[in-house]
Design a protein around this ligand. Structure first.
Ligand code: KG4
Ligand code: ZN
Length: 342
């Protein structure tokens, strides 16, 4: 199969990013450049991402990041085969900045456009790093999403479970905020949890053992809040207790989905892919790997840098779609909401 060189743009949340990736499905691909500007300092005072501030920062940063991504990849716009950008789901102002920029570049350089679903980009990222073949079971855990999906192919997903309230990353961020750890919470909770006693505070494990593979994290979040209101807590022990509750929930729901996936696809070499920002958590990865091994599944996770938001995964989704001839018209819409499966 011919190799594609794709410029990818990511602006759906608080990272402005541009990357050039070259490759062909099933991967792995070569990341020729991958530049990112994280707007952490802009949002830190507010304890979360402020959409209007994010959109303005994308406008200010994107042009020079694209120039740098092309320069580091040692290529010009004329050398790429397609331009890909996240077209949703996400904060609509930011999505529009990236998508409109990609359209302008595509039009000016006479290149095809790929309008990428950000969730699909996370979902396919393990093929960029290690060529996982279809079908595979995907646990997508990020700040905005928590889903278990069977991935049959590009654009072909079967939903096994989703969160009925908060996403796992959101629970990490809110717990961190309660503990005064700042934003984003995930990495800070993980570091603190490593020093804490996970058995110290008994916290609920919502949905454990329930039929299906849905998640719920709001009860856990509330329990953490009540605990911090009622007593003076040891931050490290609470972080460890919280993380262990999340781990138990994720592992239990993943086990349920693995059974459904096996029934649906009878795969010869069943594989679980863990992707999205929360997949950067080493304790979570290890626990899921152990749960998967018990059920005969291999586990795959992209390197940490490709787990949190980045443009290389968007460029790779562009490669996957380009290889199938699935380009998008220049009036492709920006979408705040864009579920992977109906
Ligand atoms: O995929 P991502 O960068 O953005 C979204 O599309 O949501 O995920 C960001 C989320 C945040 O909630 C962040 O706290 C969480 O991923 N996260 C982590 C870790 N690193 C990032 N959660 C737990 N442990 C981590 N090490
Ligand atoms: Zn993301």
């Amino acid at each position: 199969m011919r190799a594609w060189t794709v410029l990818g743009l990511e602006t759906s949340c608080d990272e402005t990013a541009a990357a050039v990736v070259r490759g062909a499905p099933p991967g792995p691909g070569a990341i020729l450049s991958d530049v990112i500007f994280s707007q952490l300092e802009e949002h830190e005072p507010y304890g979360g991402v402020v959409p209007e501030i994010a959109a303005r920062a994308h406008v200010e940063m994107l042009d020079r990041l694209i120039e740098r991504a092309l320069a580091e990849a040692n290529c010009r716009l004329a050398d790429v085969d397609a331009v890909a950008a996240t077209a949703g789901p996400g904060l609509i102002g930011g999505v529009m900045v990236g998508l409109v920029t990609a359209k302008a570049l595509a039009l000016a350089a006479g290149k095809p456009l790929v309008a990428v679903n950000h969730l699909e980009a996370h979902g396919l990222s393990a093929r960029l790093s290690e060529a996982v073949t279809f079908p595979f079971l995907l646990l997508l855990v990020s700040g905005g999403h928590c889903q278990l999906l069977g991935v049959e192919g590009v654009g072909r997903f079967r939903l096994y479970g989703t969160t009925i309230d908060d996403a796992a990353g959101e629970a990490f961020d809110k717990t961190a905020k309660l503990l005064g750890l700042g934003y984003p919470g995930g990495p800070r909770i993980e570091a603190l949890a490593a020093k804490g006693n996970a058995g110290r505070y008994p916290l609920p494990r919502p949905m454990l053992g329930r039929d299906g593979a849905d998640f719920s994290f709001s009860g856990l979040k509330t329990a953490v809040r009540l605990l911090t209101l009622r007593q003076k807590v040891d931050a490290a022990d609470l972080a460890a207790s919280f993380q262990s509750a999340v781990i138990d929930t994720l592992a239990d729901r993943a086990r349920a989905a693995m059974a459904m996936f096996r029934r649906d696809f009878a795969p010869a070499a069943p594989a679980l892919v863990v992707a999205g920002g929360v997949a950067a958590n080493r304790a979570i990865r290890a626990a899921l790997e152990a749960a998967a091994a018990e059920l005969g599944f291999s586990t795959h996770s992209p390197p940490v840098r490709l787990c949190t938001d980045n443009a290389a995964m968007v460029a790779w989704a562009g490669v996957e779609r380009a290889a199938l001839g699935r380009f998008d018209p220049l009036d492709a819409p920006a979408r705040a909401r864009w579920p992977l499966s109906p």
